[in-house]
Design a protein around this ligand. Structure first.
Ligand code: HEC
Ligand code: HEC
Length: 351
């Protein structure tokens, strides 16, 4: 592998990669770039078999399609591709440029910025727990991670490298050819790039938050304020009508009126996928895990803080002809908003 890729240690204060528990079988040769969390990879002392991915508290097993089984080498290959800027047209942008592990796998910008600083049309969503999502993208236009993962390469406003060119480029780079051969027993193809990327994406997990510990029986892990926030979340503020289940998403699409200017939507969202009238301005319910790390918020990044998000819901969203009936004015007091905020903060994963 050429020395072009910086060898970095990622310091991830909270987000857990399943890879932490991979054990001894992972071996990073000194010539290969590798990325690991602050915990590093543990040395195995016994030869007892361990699960490939240790799922953090509060999450179920990762769903994995039979057509793309998880293996440690494939995940590692996907990880290298994810951080490799040479996969963009001018070698300036990697997946991680927008999905930055230090920012909960988002980028802190209102709208994403790709090669040559080109602005995207939407805000970069987090990649945390994407393995559990039935649909990918704000409008749900892809369902599997395998379908999704090659598209940013092709997108002229993101990485701008057509898949065939990416294949050619990877073939020229020393190291990758042998790695693909080892993992897929075949030369590099567009399909195998997406299989490796998807495998890595499945290991980006966040759980074991104070909330998960509370649910698991540690009644002291949430303070009074956060508990009050949890009650409001499931009660008066009824956030759980949409942000439900272990990943705080129903996996469905709702219109909150974000992007409605009084006349039209700046982005028609789900409608562009389904052509169903009521889907105008509807977007996928995002996870709320790690939410304090991923500002600004919403598909257009228009709300810069969680306080602004709570005010937005308190006013009943942005009324428009397609507003979801589940969005109603909440009449929250400022103490109640603070409690909700405290609860949202408790959704940050711990090591
Ligand atoms: C220029 C910034 C940028 C780059 C580079 C980028 N992404 Fe994204 N990513 C986005 C944006 C913006 C969206 C939302 C697009 C939409 O909904 O239409 C997104 C969406 C996604 C999603 C769907 C997440 C969800 O919750 O719906 C996944 C998965 C993803 N990207 C993975 C990747 C991978 C893998 C790469 C590298 C091959 C990559 N991205 C490169 C900006 C970027
Ligand atoms: C009707 C379903 C629904 C309800 C009720 C709801 N949400 Fe949402 N939430 C969504 C959808 C859909 C989005 C994305 C909307 C968009 O980008 O246009 C979203 C976005 C968010 C975001 C931004 C996430 C991000 O990554 O950008 C936060 C934070 C949030 N909701 C918190 C809450 C809280 C707190 C409540 C209760 C006060 C709540 N939601 C109630 C559906 C809902």
């Amino acid at each position: 592998m050429s020395g072009k890729i910086e060898k970095r240690r990622l310091f991830l204060p909270v987000v857990l990669f399943g890879l932490l528990s991979l054990g001894p079988a992972i071996h990073f040769s000194p010539t290969q770039p590798s990325f690991q969390t602050s915990l590093g990879l543990k040395e195995e002392t016994k030869s007892t078999p361990r699960p490939l991915i240790k799922v953090p508290l509060g999450l179920p097993e990762i769903p994995v399609p039979a057509s793309n089984p998880l293996t440690k080498d494939k995940i590692e290959l996907g990880r290298q591709l994810f951080f490799d800027k040479r996969l963009s047209e001018d070698a300036t942008v990697s997946c991680a440029s927008c999905h930055d592990p230090h920012r909960g796998f988002s980028d802190g910008n209102r709208l994403s910025r790709g090669i040559h600083g080109l602005k995207g049309l939407r805000h970069t969503p987090t990649l945390i727990n994407v393995a559990f999502q039935p649909y990918q993208f704000w409008d749900g236009r892809a369902s599997s991670l395998e379908d999704q993962s090659i598209s940013p390469l092709n997108n002229p406003a993101e990485m701008g490298l057509v898949a065939q060119e990416a294949v050619k480029r990877l073939k020229r780079l020393p190291g990758y050819g042998e790695q693909f051969q080892k993992v897929f027993l075949a030369p590099i193809t567009r399909e195998s790039i997406s299989l490796a990327l998807a495998s890595f994406e499945r290991t980006i997990l966040s759980g074991n938050s104070s909330y998960d510990q509370y649910v698991a029986g540690n009644k002291n892990s949430l303070n009074q304020k956060a508990l009050e926030g949890l009650r409001l979340f499931n009660g008066k503020a009824h956030c759980n009508l949409c942000h439900q289940g272990f990943n705080f998403s129903d996996g469905l699409f709702h219109n909150l009126g974000v992007g409605w200017n009084g006349k039209e939507f700046s982005d028609r969202g789900r409608y562009d996928v389904t052509a169903i009238f009521k889907d105008r301005g509807a977007f996928k319910t995002p996870t709320l895990r790690q939410i304090v790390q991923t500002a600004p918020y919403m598909h257009d990044g228009s709300l810069s803080t969680l306080e602004a998000v709570l005010d937005f819901y308190d006013h009943g969203g942005n009324p428009n002809p397609h507003l979801d009936v589940l969005v109603q004015p909440l009449h929250l007091t400022s103490e109640e908003k603070e409690a909700l905020l405290e609860f949202l903060e408790s959704l940050t994963g711990q090591e």
